[in-house]
Design a protein around this ligand. Structure first.
Ligand code: MET
Ligand SMILES: [Zn+2]
Length: 748
């Protein structure tokens, strides 16, 4: 046992330095801001490496930084950016890189997709036939040089070729992206050779797809890749994570790598590793990189000791996965109670745990301080009884859809192709400032509420000017769609600085569930009620759905997601009922994260999906059939779970579609979905303004998949990241295009 290492540290910086410099660079692309951008990268990396050395990790892990997303960085570094942007893919500039990520002029951004079962998003590589990879990954080579200054052994990490290929899509006449593998491997060989020339001994090639049960063609791709890379690369640590690759284990360990990393958290039986080859390094990911709870060091050490008695190979200790999904440091959290702090562990603390385990095993010390797991003991019996009631209640179904719609139509009296938005409107500097002043106690509650009310009123007026049919209140009171609920539901803890990257400059601060969840006060009613009082148009109530709240929070280890989903669903059910009592005629229950909670192994999907549907029904079935239930989903491949989305049985579903060319509509068409649907008609993640013609084309296309009377027109997600000037133009064009489409439907 001679190595303690991590698979990567959060790249966003201890104080979200990356976010702030990115936003300032995008706003103002000058040579000064560009210089600052590169300087910030240097500072973030150096700080992380210095800390890794200080905390006695045996390697600095280099290559975990990325300006936007590591999939895009790897692709761009190898020369694989799509040619359609018209730039030189051989020596892409930072601007080319951002343009591919965010779109430019008439070129839409690359697709964005959820990264495995996490809330991180990656840009989907576009593979074409004859595609070449001729770049040298200079950013990575620069980072290696930079890290050398720290004078500590370096291990380079890089996304592996087969996962990079798997994560992409075929474009043009390429029928199977595996065909691109030989050229991709040439590029990897070149880059790995250059890394070796820099004197680096180990490279961590990450193949998270190894946790899936891969079809034969992809196994062959893995074998081909690693057979070819082994000879010209530094020693390869083949790295899988997010789950132990039970099904692929025998195959994986036969690959020609110098070592393997496995995630052994979540009660993976170490007996599975008994047959591990003695001539390969075994890196055990025993400190969970996905949760925020302190490691049970005694148990970990015991497990590793047992493992060591069974196998003869050299063993390394590590985190289960890169630390991308946890906040940087717990020690700066001022408001977390000391008793809770003792149970928590963020990035820095996880490194300390890894080092403690390794040092304990190396020195054979008999005791370790603070080693036992502090149990999460809070249990609220009232909540326990309530969720039991929910479980036993046999029916959370609403009246069937065709009968509901009869009751809803006369109330809503909407035109064909009703227009709406997904919920949020620009979160301006002003709103942020007001919120921060209020939080710091520098603004009274009265002033805060008055200001937000005037914002809501402004947003209502704007929607009237655009000519939308169904309004929203704009979500100005919410810093974030999950954190806001976390603040107002009993059982969540909100950190001050617990940020994690979602993609690019987007970060979230997931609440931490630390005790049973229960309703304490209305969450959204005040704002919905106020907004509705300003207009005769229906204003949608806006609630974040149960699975999204859970998937975007850190959960307790002692409870299943099923138990927690019942608790949060019962809280939201009450909220939705209150919204209805206060005159709301339509409630949107957002579930953008429903898909990302899917277990990695297919055999466990059904159970998760049925819990999700049940939780949704609990939330949506406490109100009358005449109140419309909407939901919104975005940024995932929903194709595989469309039947679950159908089971949610919402009256209206709005879904991301613009960025993936309406690809999602096909599965909806095929699975007999009878309710209404609003496929997003433009991509809100890009600053580009959709033209009337462009929107009209999309509407036309939608009509070829969905009967006209069931189509809604909306953007593909909330507008909070856009500026008012972008929103004004985009929504005006969206409504204009809808009016043209309506005129072309004289019979309806
Ligand atoms: C990530 S989905 C966002 C939905 C939310 N209602 C919003 O408009 O921001
Ligand atoms: Zn969305």
């Amino acid at each position: 046992m001679n190595i303690a290492h991590i698979l990567g540290f959060p790249r966003v910086g201890f104080n979200r330095e990356l976010k702030f410099i990115l936003e300032s660079y995008w706003k103002n692309r000058t040579s000064e801001t560009k210089e600052m951008l590169f300087k910030t990268r240097k500072e973030i990396c150096l700080k992380a490496w210095r800390m890794q050395k200080l905390l006695r990790l045996d390697f600095l892990t280099v290559g975990d930084f990325s300006f936007y997303d590591h999939v895009l960085s790897t692709l761009c570094g190898l020369g694989g950016l799509p040619k359609r942007y018209g730039f030189n893919v051989k020596s892409p500039s930072i601007d080319n890189y951002f343009d591919a990520a965010r779109g430019i002029n008439n070129f839409k951004a690359m697709d964005l997709k959820k990264w495995f079962n996490t809330n991180y998003h990656y840009l989907v590589p576009e593979y074409t036939s004859g595609m070449e990879f001729n770049a040298e990954f200079t950013w990575l080579l620069e980072e290696i040089d930079l890290a050398k200054a720290i004078q500590h052994p370096i291990k380079v990490c890089m996304l592996g070729p087969v996962s990079l290929l798997w994560l992409g899509k075929e474009y043009g006449d390429l029928s199977n992206r595996v065909e691109v593998l030989p050229r991709l491997l040439e590029a990897y060989k070149r880059v790995l050779m250059n890394i070796k020339l820099k004197g680096v001994e180990w490279v961590q090639l990450e193949e998270p797809i190894a946790s899936f049960s891969l079809p034969a063609v992809w196994r062959i791709a893995l074998r081909t890749a690693y057979e070819q890379l082994a000879s010209c690369s530094p020693k390869i640590l083949f790295t899988s994570y997010y789950a132990f690759p039970t099904e692929m284990y025998t195959f994986i360990k036969s690959l020609p790598a110098a070592g393997f990393h496995f995630d052994i958290t979540n009660n993976v039986s170490i007996n599975q590793l008994e047959t591990y080859p003695s001539d390969k390094v075994l890196s055990v990911g025993i400190v969970n990189g996905r949760d925020v709870w302190k490691n049970d060091l005694k148990r970990s050490i015991h497990r590793i000791e047992r493992l060591r008695s069974k196998i003869r190979s050299e063993m390394w200790v590590s985190t289960s996965c890169p630390l991308l999904h946890v906040p940087c440091d717990l020690s700066t959290e001022g408001k977390v109670s000391e008793s809770l702090k003792r149970k928590l562990s963020f990035g820095v603390q996880k490194i300390q745990e890894v080092v403690t385990i390794k040092e304990h095993l190396t020195s054979q010390m008999s005791t370790i301080a603070g080693s036992s797991l502090v149990k999460e003991t809070h249990f609220n019996p009232r909540v326990g009884f309530y969720t039991e009631d929910l479980e036993s209640e046999c029916c959370f179904k609403r009246l069937n859809y065709l009968d509901r719609i009869k009751l809803q139509k006369p109330i809503s009296n909407l035109p064909i192709y009703p227009t709406t938005t997904v919920g949020s409107f620009p979160q301006t500097e002003h709103i942020r400032k007001i919120r921060s002043l209020f939080k710091k106690g520098n603004l009274s509650q009265k002033e805060y509420i008055t200001t937000l009310k005037s914002e809501v009123s402004f947003i209502i007026k704007k929607q009237a000017v655009y000519g939308l049919d169904v309004f929203v209140h704009g979500e100005v009171e919410r810093n974030d769609m999950v954190e806001y609920f976390g603040e107002l539901v009993e059982g969540f803890m909100i950190t001050e600085n617990g940020w994690i990257q979602s993609f690019g400059s987007r970060c979230t601060k997931p609440p931490i569930v630390f005790k049973d969840l229960s309703f304490i006060r209305p969450i959204t009613v005040y704002w919905s009620k106020y907004a509705q009082s300003l207009t005769n148009k229906p204003v949608k109530g806006m609630v974040t759905g149960p699975m999204t709240i859970l998937n975007w929070s850190f959960l307790r280890k002692t409870q299943t997601i099923q138990e927690l989903s019942l608790q949060i669903a019962s809280v939201l059910r009450k909220e939705v009922t209150l919204l209805e009592n206060h005159g709301t005629r339509a409630v949107q229950v957002d579930e953008p994260a429903i898909r990302e909670g899917l277990p990695l192994l297919y055999e466990n999907w059904n159970q998760y999906l049925s819990w999700s549907v049940k939780a949704f029904h609990i939330v949506s079935s406490g109100i009358s059939a005449s109140t419309q239930i909407h939901t919104h989903l975005c940024y995932s491949e929903f194709g595989e779970i469309v039947d679950t989305l159908v089971k949610l049985d919402t009256d209206v579903i709005s879904i991301e579609a613009a960025r993936s060319n309406m690809f999602l509509l096909e599965p909806f068409k095929e699975c007999g979905f009878t309710n209404e649907i609003g496929p997003g008609v433009y991509d809100i993640h890009s600053p580009m303004i959709p033209s009337v013609e462009e929107v009209l084309l999309r509407v036309k296309y939608i009509t070829t998949c969905i009967p006209k009377e069931r189509i809604w027109i909306n953007p593909d997600c909330g507008l909070k990241t856009r500026t008012w000037s972008q929103v004004d133009k985009s929504l005006a064009n969206m409504v204009k295009a809808t009016k043209v489409a309506r005129l072309q439907e004289p019979t309806i």
